[in-house]
Design a protein around this ligand. Structure first.
Ligand code: ZN
Length: 384
């Protein structure tokens, strides 16, 4: 149930200042890993660029909607205490939060030469992505001035978002795998806050899936592991106060699958490539990478990685029974944040699978209520 994802994610999600005029920034997450981050995409089905000089302009005006990167480091620093871990991962949800819109930085392509194009902010601050024209396609060549290799290009089926995945390396940081996301800006919905003090991925801001919720298991796994995954999904389908209609959540298994950055496939992906230091192997069990359209205020992608070098994670997956780690990550997948609030005695104020040290190992009434608040209805199995 401990999520490195969130540790860094939430640390960077809340960069907006206390000034009422400032806006929320697109979420950027860095994960520091012990091992080669490129192993994350080995064996996946990578797609070449869909961008061409002829069609590039159609994406002008899309806004930067976030990024995630895996950076190779020899060692992760262990946390000194649960208090520190939970503080680093706090969703900072409060009853007095003032909603402020997201800072939608628009991007545009500009042609610099016969063979070079740049995707960068047309207003405001942002990144510069350099492309060269090869065989009529725009191929990523550099990011923020650093040479990179474009690994995978993904265009969401509805054409309203795309992702760029690339790798690079430098002596200071080691190997890096990074994904950046951009989404259409034409539909700007207002921020909707929760009716209670629920913790969502960006504090109390509601960013639900508005498209079908589809969970894919990516890879080939034993029937026992498949059972664990299905039971962990099912744990979210048994609301103790269900609504009359249910929001379906489908689950399929894909032997072949694209990298996590792909916007059309939403993977649960057991990963065994990262070695974790035994002294703090409780620290990294799984990560969930959500991607949003910050204009229309909806989730457009999410992927879960489970770090099976962590013995507890592997043991849970091989149990054939519900995994509390995966159930927690699925809560993130659906849009829930961390629930760390405690009463004066230090006990969990709202017992939740989304807690850490005081958290529950099952989906609680509070969690189901948060889902109902986010979606307006309970989850249920997809119709066969
Ligand atoms: Zn978490």
């Amino acid at each position: 149930m401990i999520s490195r994802a969130a540790i860094l994610a939430l640390g960077s999600l809340f960069l907006f200042s206390a000034c009422g005029k400032s806006k929320r920034k697109a979420p950027e997450v860095q994960y520091f890993v012990h091992g080669n981050p490129l192993s994350l995409v080995s064996g996946t089905q990578k797609s070449p660029s869909f961008l061409t000089p002829e069609t590039a302009q159609t994406f002008n005006g899309f806004h930067y909607s976030g990024g995630s990167s895996f950076v190779e480091r020899d060692k992760l620093q262990p946390p000194s205490s649960w208090t520190q871990v939970e503080a680093d991962n706090s969703t900072e949800a409060s009853d007095t939060e003032i909603a402020s819109e997201f800072d939608l930085v628009p991007y545009a392509f500009r042609q610099e030469s016969a063979t070079r194009w740049v995707w960068g902010p047309s207003a405001g601050k942002g990144y510069q992505f350099g492309f060269s024209v090869v065989d009529g396609k725009l191929n990523l060549t550099d990011f923020a001035g650093f040479p990179v290799i474009g690994e995978h290009y993904s265009l969401k089926d509805d054409g309203r978002a795309f992702s760029l995945l690339f790798s690079t390396a430098d002596n200071a940081s080691g190997r890096i795998l990074a994904a950046f996301y951009f989404a259409a800006s034409d539909t700007v919905n207002p921020i909707r806050n929760a009716s209670k003090d629920f913790a969502f991925l960006i504090d109390t801001v509601k960013l639900p899936w508005t498209s079908n919720i589809a969970v894919d298991t990516c890879g080939t796994y034993s029937a026992t592991v498949e059972s664990t995954i299905q039971k962990s999904i099912d744990a979210w389908m048994v609301d103790d106060a269900p609504t009359a209609t249910r929001r379906p959540v489908s689950h399929t298994t894909r032997i072949a699958y694209p990298p996590f950055s792909d916007l059309n496939i939403h993977c649960i992906l057991p990963v065994s490539n990262f070695k974790l230091e035994s002294s703090y192997d409780f620290y990294v069990a799984g990560v969930t990478i959500p991607v949003y359209n910050l204009a229309s205020k909806e989730m457009i992608d999410s992927d879960i990685m489970l770090f099976t070098d962590q013995r507890a994670v592997a043991a849970q997956l091989l149990s054939g029974e519900k995994s509390s780690t995966l159930t927690h990550e699925l809560g993130h997948f659906f849009g829930l944040g961390h629930e760390f609030k405690r009463d004066e005695a230090g006990a969990a104020l709202h017992p939740s699978i989304m807690g850490y040290s005081q958290g529950a190992s099952i989906v609680t009434s509070w969690d189901f209520e948060a889902i109902r608040d986010l979606y307006g209805e309970s989850f249920g199995p997809a119709a066969p």
